[in-house]
Design a protein around this ligand. Structure first.
Ligand code: ZN
Ligand code: ZN
Length: 137
């Protein structure tokens, strides 16, 4: 039996089922929130990563605290993280995006896509370790 609390908001994708998965993604610098039912979350491969961890059980990638945000790892992030989803707590999410934006500015313009991809892969490793060292201070 599926439990449906009366205050549960409806899925923002299909509008028919109660939402159980809440996501905050930053797309082009804009914070986007979505609430998805289990079906739509599964359809978007968001509810569960390949290790079978749902966002409700997931821990922050950096500090292990309660997760506030989940986003899909991009192709250049996968080699470093080896996970489909990137889960972060509120603090690490802010720190990560701040450090990422700072580092993005160091990538030269007018690179070929392949060279840019290699830059991004290196950058993700650096930013991830920067976040870890900053929160452990
Ligand atoms: Zn839905
Ligand atoms: Zn964290």
């Amino acid at each position: 039996m599926e439990s449906r609390p009366p205050d549960s908001p409806l899925c923002s994708a299909c509008g028919r089922h109660p939402a159980h998965t809440f996501l905050t993604e930053i797309i082009d610098g804009l914070m986007t929130r979505s609430s998805l039912c289990n079906d739509c979350a599964r359809a978007q491969q968001l509810a569960v990563d390949e290790n079978g961890v749902s966002i409700h059980e997931a821990k922050c990638f950096y500090c292990g605290q309660k997760v506030a945000s989940g986003s899909r790892n991009q192709p250049w992030e996968l080699p470093a993280r080896k996970l489909t989803m990137h889960y972060t707590c509120l603090r690490c999410m802010g720190l990560y995006h701040q450090l990422l934006l700072e580092s993005l500015g160091t990538i030269p313009d007018h690179l070929s896509p392949e060279v840019q991809l290699r830059h991004m892969e290196t950058l993700v490793v650096e930013v991830d370790s920067l976040v870890r060292s900053t929160i452990s201070e």
